[in-house]
Design a protein around this ligand. Structure first.
Ligand code: NAP
Ligand code: GLV
Length: 325
């Protein structure tokens, strides 16, 4: 009997073919709408493997319905949508897709930093709306990137890839991380800093940690209050790491100069969200890893993990160290 797997979103044809050659596969056949919870609750009951996206909450209650589930393969590096402890307790393997999206996400993070600093969206709208009457000395002026200080909160794979981009702009780079990385300091020419001092000294702060209990609202009113009035906050990690209400207040009160956000506490974010309406905020719909090549590699990696899990070999990107039965 072929292992039974459920895929929570329509995947490219070639990938679907590969899965179907090995598994009895069922898939939510829509590209733009997430699988309804009740469908997932039904499908998970008989599945040996699940390939899901960050849009699905794979919590204890849904795992409770699964009778045979061996593996949950997330098509994302972040896995805060999955209750890892509950999966481990039940002997279910969990995997993610690290590495293949690092450079693409670092590109987007730096692009967002530049777009926010130089007011690209606002300037483009200004032109399109017919407001451009003349060249004027202080018109649409922003913040310099070249030679500025970048503070990276969370120096993992993407944080480190950001350093390479920043060094090309002669930026001075500070980092704060759960664990200090002295060898990286030497190799990359960066300096470790407490979170407080990084916030106070940086012109740009990029948040690059995973979203966990410890990082929930890591950047709140107190932290924003430490930042320079000319500083820009960039979040391409997860929305919940930044307290959005506090960020809104800090932007309105001109405690900080601007923000670039690819992620939100609630996604998809509502168009009426107050942050979206601010001219000094550049907002994106969670597109950090969205290049054709990278999304294809993520899907392929997630499928490889899924197939390894359902065929009783240890998946490449196993997050919970379980013995494969
Ligand atoms: P990673 O290599 O695991 O790096 C995460 C870093 O954060 C590690 O250096 C880790 O420290 C540090 N960290 C963890 N908890 C911390 C805490 N409480 N305080 C300070 N530092 C902490 O992950 P990655 O591949 O760079 O990805 C990072 C995150 O980016 C993902 O989890 C995901 O949520 C997000 N992401 C978003 C997009 C997007 O589309 N916008 C795309 C990809 C990723 P240690 O070295 O001590 O472990
Ligand atoms: C995207 O947000 C990811 O975690 O891969």
């Amino acid at each position: 009997m072929k292992p039974r797997v459920y895929i929570t979103r329509k995947l490219p044809e070639a990938i679907v073919k590969k899965i179907s050659s090995i598994c009895d596969m069922r898939m939510w056949n829509e590209a733009e709408t997430p699988v309804p919870r009740e469908v997932l609750e039904k499908e998970i009951q008989e599945a040996d493997g699940l390939l899901c996206l960050l849009t699905e909450a794979i919590d204890d209650s849904i795992m409770n319905k699964a009778k045979h589930l061996k593996i949950i393969a997330n098509m994302a590096v972040g896995y805060n949508n999955i209750d890892l402890d509950s999966a481990t307790k039940r002997g279910i393997m969990v995997t993610n897709t690290p590495g293949v999206l690092t450079e693409t996400t670092a590109d987007l993070t730096f692009a967002l930093l530049m777009a926010t600093a130089r007011r690209l969206v606002e300037s483009s709208d200004y032109l399109r709306n017919g407001e451009w009457q003349t060249w004027s000395p202080m018109q649409l002026t922003g913040q310099d990137i070249y030679g500025a200080t970048l503070g990276i909160v969370g120096l993992g794979r993407i944080g480190e890839a950001l350093v390479k981009r920043a060094k090309g702009f002669d930026m001075n780079v500070l980092y704060y991380n759960r664990s200090r990385k002295p060898e990286k300091e030497k190799d990359l020419g960066i300096e470790f800093s407490s979170l407080e001092s990084l916030l106070a000294s940086s012109d740009f702060v990029c948040v690059m940690t995973p979203y966990t209990k410890e990082t929930h609202h890591l950047i709140g009113a107190e932290q924003l209050g430490l930042m320079k009035e000319s500083a820009v906050l960039i979040n391409t990690a997860r929305g919940g790491i930044v307290d959005e209400e506090a960020l809104y207040r800090a932007l309105i009160d001109k405690q900080i100069w601007g923000a670039g956000l690819d992620v939100f506490e609630q996604e998809p974010v509502c168009v009426d969200h107050p942050l979206i309406k601010l001219p000094n905020v550049v907002t994106l719909p969670h597109i950090g890893s969205a290049s054709i090549a990278t999304r294809t590699k993520m899907a392929e990696l997630a499928v490889m993990n899924l197939l390894q899990g359902v065929t009783n070999s240890t998946p490449e990107n196993l997050l919970n160290k379980l013995e494969v039965k």
